[in-house]
Design a protein around this ligand. Structure first.
Ligand SMILES: Cc1cc2nc3c(=O)[nH]c(=O)nc-3n(C[C@H](O)[C@H](O)[C@H](O)COP(=O)(O)OP(=O)(O)OC[C@H]3O[C@@H](n4cnc5c(N)ncnc54)[C@H](O)[C@@H]3O)c2cc1C
Length: 480
């Protein structure tokens, strides 16, 4: 299909977007706002998913919250602000359909989705096609964004699986909690790999180990068994999970000793704080990002409720004050092993005409998915104009999220079927500040909570300044 390009006055083929969810709707808007024609293919209402209820674009399938709107102290609030500054349709529709929710941005879900749908229907450069793309997009679509989300239709998921060569694209996403490294007490825990093995990229001290006595371990297993768990959706109940990523409480239910012969085995480790005493069991955390700011609790994927996870996991020695960047969970998800498969502008390395956006790339959440849709659109539009767009710096929320998806993850050998896992935006994804704020405006030394607030503020200020430079630079490059 060829459209007349509004700005250049010459016919240009449309950029095709598959999936009109949070990412696809934002992407369509961004491309059209750059004067380029776009065809948005959405399968609803012809075919629905197990979670969607309407035929609106950008339908929110569960909660109506976009989480904190504080752009001075919260990573998700910062992402909101960056998106607003980049002309996001999703944020515009959210702002104009807000409902009271304290410091959070919550929306009237029907008003929100209707606003997104009508803005795209009214745009002269957007054509909405209500059809399932039930296989690989046709060859003549030379610039495609696939944004079909966690519930990508089976026919398309299978086609993607065939070209990526990755095992099982749609499966239970078993997420283990991730902890901010600075909140782990290293006067109790210690760095060491089992038997000091370095591996191809390790140092021999790649894990943080938290030791447990026999009594602590027994109490921990009991707490896991008694803890309050979330239940499966009816449609999830018939999808089996891999044996390699069983929830920790399911393993615990197989026998009191199962965990200490599995992910919590104490072998090959010596506690430097107390070398004569062998731990009865050990909880291990493995570095999760290149920056070394986040650590993943190995084997701790779980369906415990979030509050229960915080309560129970903080009983582990060394984690009493743990701050969680992400809590564990299990749900059906479809996402790529993006660090292996995508280039830095989200193109499939093996088939560069296909770009991916949204939750299928390995971000998590409404806002994060829309933000990756925004970036994918800008990359695709720059390419259509014969140019190239440099990705935003990793000091911005957009850049940090993109870096997590396309390269920030540490690949490991022992993490079950796949170690790359979806993630919400959080400050652990940002490169550390060159200098931590030590004093307040009056020259008073900062301590405790004040220090942590000052650090978050500094990260946010840096992000917005760098985003401004990147967006300005991108505009100049486009004008050249
Ligand atoms: C059960 C469940 C509960 C969730 N709860 C929350 C929550 O409370 N808060 C939160 O922030 N996030 C939640 N999420 C995650 C959230 O839904 C996603 O992060 C977000 O919607 C992803 O945006 P997306 O655009 O990538 O995918 P989606 O918003 O899912 O959009 C994908 C679109 O693609 C369409 N599609 C699929 N296959 C095809 C095809 N072959 N051809 C054409 N169209 C197709 C679908 O109909 C859909 O409209 C939840 C997810 C699920 C599954």
């Amino acid at each position: 299909m060829t459209y007349l390009c509004a700005m250049a006055g010459e016919p240009r083929p449309a950029i095709h977007i598959v999936g009109g969810g949070l990412a696809g709707a934002e992407a369509a808007w961004q491309i059209a706002q750059r004067g380029l024609p776009v065809a948005l293919h959405e399968m609803r209402p012809q075919r629905s998913t197990d979670a969607h209820k309407t035929d609106h674009l950008a339908e929110l399938v569960c909660s109506n919250s976009f989480r904190s709107d504080d752009h001075q102290q919260s990573a998700i609030g910062l992402l909101h602000e960056e998106m607003r500054r980049l002309g996001s349709l999703i944020m515009r529709a959210a702002d104009s359909n807000q409902v009271p929710a304290g410091g959070a941005l919550a929306v009237d879900r029907d008003g929100f989705a209707a606003a997104v749908t009508s803005a795209l229907e009214a745009h002269p450069l957007v054509r909405i096609v209500r059809e399932e793309v039930a296989g690989l997009p046709p060859e003549e679509w030379d610039n495609v964004i696939i944004a079909t989300g966690p519930l990508t239709s089976p026919a398309l998921a299978e086609a993607i699986r065939r070209i990526t060569g990755e095992d099982a694209l749609a499966f239970f996403d078993a997420i283990a909690p991730i902890v901010h490294r600075e909140s782990i007490d290293l006067s109790v825990a210690w760095f060491q790999s089992r038997y000091d093995k370095a591996g191809p990229v390790g140092s021999g001290a790649d894990y943080i180990n938290c030791p447990m006595t026999r009594e602590r371990y027994a109490a921990f297993v009991e707490a896991l068994l008694a803890g309050d768990k979330t239940s499966f959706h009816e449609w999830e109940a018939c999808t089996p999970y891999f044996d390699g990523c069983l929830p920790i409480e399911v393993m615990a239910a197989r026998g009191a000793e199962t965990l200490r012969h599995g992910p919590m085995k104490p072998f090959g480790l010596t506690n430097p704080h107390d070398p004569q005493v062998k731990a009865y069991a050990v909880a291990q955390l493995r570095q999760d990002n290149k920056l070394g700011t986040l650590f993943n609790m190995v084997g701790f994927q779980t369906k415990l409720k979030h509050a229960e996870q915080v309560r129970i996991f903080r009983t582990i020695p060394g984690l009493e004050k743990a701050e969680f960047a992400r809590l564990g969970g299990l749900h059906r998800n479809t996402f790529l092993n993006s660090p292996n498969l995508l280039d830095e502008t989200l193109r499939l390395k093996a088939v560069p005409r296909l770009r991916f956006a949204g939750q299928i790339t390995g971000c998590e959440g409404y806002v994060e998915s829309a933000a990756i849709g925004l970036l994918a659109a800008r990359f695709a539009a720059a390419e259509r104009g014969g140019g190239e767009l440099v990705p935003p710096p990793p000091t911005t929320a957009h850049g940090a999220l993109l870096a997590h998806i396309t390269g920030g993850h540490v690949e490991t050998m022992d993490a079950g079927p796949r170690s790359f896992q979806p993630m919400n935006i959080n400050f652990g994804l940002f490169p550390p500040l060159a200098q931590l704020p030590a004093k307040d405006a009056d020259g008073k030394r900062l301590r405790g909570v004040e220090k942590s607030v000052a650090k978050k503020r500094a990260l946010c200020l840096r992000a917005l300044a760098d985003l401004g430079q990147w967006a300005g630079g991108a505009r100049l490059a486009a004008a050249e």
